[in-house]
Design a binder for this molecule. Sequence first.
Ligand SMILES: [Ca+2]
Length: 386
Amino acid sequence: MFKVVFAAVTFLVAAAVLVMVILKTANPEPTHDAVKNKSSEKFASSEPATRILATQATAIADQPALTTDDPRVADMQWLPGGRFEMGALNTVPDEFPPHLVALDGFWMDTTEVTNQQFKEFVDATGYLTTAERPPELRSIQPDSQLANVQILPELNKPGSICSLQLSSRDDIDPQKGAYSWWQYVPGADWMHPEGAESTIEDRMDHPVVHVSWLDAKAYCDWAGKKLPTEAQWEFAARGKRSGAIYPWGDDLNPDGKWRHNIWQGEFPIQDTGEDGFTRTASVKSFPANDFGLYEITGNVWEWCADYYQPEYYAVSPSRNPPGPDSSYDPQDPGIIKRVQRGGSFMCSDQYCVGYRVSARMKGEEDTGAFHTGFRCIVTPDMLQKM
Ligand SMILES: [Ca+2]
């Protein structure tokens, strides 16, 4: 399938959704070492590497939870807002520069949206996710050469992106790279996470996956909620632990215990599942962070509201940054991308290290995957609209 798709992309006649599969996986996250080296290269000449001290960001103090009987927030956690340092030094360039951000308080789902919750949405609305519909050109930049892409009839089937189980390093084709394990699987969707023959019957309390950003937004609109901004997400994940690598501190395995669902073992050959899971985990499988949020890192990537731009931190406003007003990923300039955060069960310390609280990821807004979900927020202004 890859050769077919690759040729199709070359001649700009590929199935659009598969273009996205390829563009997404053609630029896999760098390894941790590569991250450090790349970061050093980029910033070696910018001595000294400094934080942006946005003094105006000091204006917001912690805010007490509002008293409300709004049922939407009954099972959500109030986060008090306030000032925090967003981003990181000496990691991945798009996490630079660290900068002070001030946020108003908001409520956040304590867990990732589950299959059960998403089923209630689908039952009430009849909504069909993008993975259940024929592929369409939904996230191509209008002025891109990819705007001329057409869909090959034989690939024009509903489906989504899954990771295949490799048996050895011999299964990795150097020409394919990450495509050796990432593949578009017809029939894969939120009800069939590994393909048409799989089921979620015994996973109703697991996070919903194979949802695109568009699907996540549709759920939020129905629920009277919204996706967090990237700043809100990072504030939530940090839980007031300024500068920490993980939600609980800097030790990946405090007391020798795994604190979130990620990949252990040789990536991408064998996940030993030392943390108890080789795929998604039910949504309260690990301790909550200091804000009472479960699996804010690990388990599944979480969509944020923001468009993705790698250099946004250098120009973002300090108070309630909304994200850039358009998408731009220099690796895939023709694709409209949104931010994803938190890492997933596919994240390894040998590869993306995406479970760090400052780690940024991006995905085509019309494309889900079997390791991507979301959680919602509600802001006080939304209550006033009731
Ligand atoms: Ca795991």
